[in-house]
Design a protein. Structure first.
Length: 471
């Protein structure tokens, strides 16, 4: 459901008692955590219980399971997730009562008020880059407030209130939320067509990023990873308006990374900034795409005035973000990872990282396509990207906010995988997937579950079956 953004954003301390419909989601839970830390009275509801809801209760929120009109009787402002339908009883009651109703984007803008905002956008890599920047700034003593689409390994949460003036936020383009913010500085990791159910065309999607860059403070700056053609085009557009642009990449860039090396779960690279070699950085996460994300975070921190050594210390200590090449465990000499990749470019990046970690072992992937609209457009490209694995199990499409389409299933993806037929399986029965993966896995292999939906639940089940097999 789309809720209109008000013309004037009220700072969070002027919203009164705030209720979140769908409080367990990554976006709303982050805002709720920050409001709780500021002493704002917070309540919320969600369909099912979760560790996130329990953490919010422990932080002081009143959280209800299920959606009932009575949940908004004693509140002043209602924040609504985009996943909520317009017949939700809490939304209906809020409108009937004439309460202030805000979308997620406006609620996040309300907690940003009065802070120097650094917004991180892009088709892929937003969560990792926001996380890397947050940890780097913390190591440099900045103590930023942050709101991220995933939990930091260092803190176990996706948001926190900091004492400094900086606010680091993941800026989501999927529903146009990033066009509500007015950041001092921004980072764009890449611009590849996605979320065309929202934007309609690739041209409109690119134009939205142009508009986002236009919202950056004229006294601030924009960081773009220009190895990506879409971000390189954006950098040129933004620079032509007079905005200060910092180009990051392996090639022609203001901050350049070189001598990349990957060994096991680590990535290392040399940093050259404006022609001066600053030193070498070693990350505890594998993959070229993560090197570029870290370089963008580093470029941002340097332009904010922090030292290379302090920022490097934070980057090198970064322990990862949940669901971004996250190690779930090892059993029967098989390592199991989980990652959020759901776009062809993300699949390719994570499988390249998995290959480096696997060494002489094989890569076995269980992939769940996300959204009918995305699979219709990119299903063949998803399958082609999965060809970088040795064994592939494709699940059916995770529907999320859409209706099923019999013509668009996981079979569309599986049929496009460029591997021998015996090394690819389409398994529409979710509960049958763990056994199929374990049947294919050998000692020394790396298993990775990929996708933005329920596929993340499979890791523990795969590990349990592997352990039983080993026993």
């Amino acid at each position: 459901m789309r809720v209109a953004v008000p013309d004037l954003i009220t700072p969070a301390d002027g919203l009164g008692r705030v209720h979140f419909v769908g409080i367990g989601g990554a976006g709303l839970s982050a805002i709720a955590r920050i409001m709780l830390a500021r002493g704002i009275t917070v309540s919320g509801s969600d369909a099912v219980d979760s560790p996130t809801l329990e953490a919010l209760r422990n932080a002081g929120a009143r959280v209800s399971l299920g959606h009932e009109a009575a949940n908004v009787e004693s509140v002043d402002t209602v924040v609504v997730s985009t996943a909520v339908h317009d017949d939700n009883p809490e939304y209906v009651e809020a409108v009937r009562r004439g309460l202030v109703v805000l979308p997620r984007s406006a609620a996040l803008a309300s907690v940003m008020a009065g802070r120097r905002v650094v917004a991180v956008a892009g088709t892929h890599g937003k969560t990792t880059t926001t996380s890397l920047l947050t940890v780097a700034l913390q190591a440099a003593g900045a103590d930023p407030t942050y709101a991220i689409g995933g939990d930091l390994a260092e803190t176990g949460t996706n948001a926190d209130e900091g004492a400094g003036d900086l606010f680091v936020a993941e800026a989501d383009e999927s529903d146009g939320a990033f066009l509500v913010y007015e950041p001092y500085a921004a980072v764009v990791t890449n611009v590849e067509a996605d979320h065309l159910d929202q934007w309609g065309t690739e041209e409109a999607y690119r134009a939205a990023f142009d508009e986002f860059a236009g919202r950056v403070d004229p006294d601030g700056f924009l960081v773009c990873i220009v190895d990506d053609p879409g971000a390189r085009r954006l950098a040129d557009v933004a620079r032509a308006t007079g905005l200060r642009v910092v180009r990051v990449g392996e090639g022609d860039a203001d901050l350049r990374v070189s001598d990349l090396a990957f060994e096991g779960t680590t990535s290392s690279f040399t940093v050259v900034d404006d022609g001066t070699e600053l030193g070498r950085v070693t990350l505890r996460i594998p993959g070229r795409h993560y090197v570029l994300d870290a370089a963008a975070a580093l470029a941002t921190g340097l332009r904010l005035g922090f030292s290379f050594d302090d920022l490097r210390r934070g980057l090198e200590g970064f322990g990862g973000t949940r669901r971004r090449m996250e190690l779930k465990g090892e059993a029967a000499q098989v390592c199991v990872y989980d990652s959020y990749a759901h776009h062809p470019a993300e699949i390719a990046g994570d499988l390249a990282a998995a290959r480096a970690v696997a060494g002489t072992g094989r890569v076995v992937v269980a992939y769940q396509p996300h959204l009918v609209s995305r699979t219709r457009l990119f299903g063949v490209a998803m399958g082609e990207a999965l060809g970088a694995a040795d064994e592939v199990v494709v699940l059916d499409v995770y529907l999320a906010r859409e209706e099923a389409d019999p013509a668009v299933t996981g079979a569309l993806v599986a049929d496009a995988v460029p591997l021998p037929a015996e090394r690819v399986a389409f398994v529409p029965d979710f509960d049958a997937v763990p056994a199929e993966v374990v049947r294919r896995a050998r000692p020394g292999d790396l298993v990775v579950t990929l996708g933005a939906g329920t596929v993340t639940q499979l890791g523990p089940r795969i590990l349990a079956l592997l352990a039983d097999r080993d026993g």
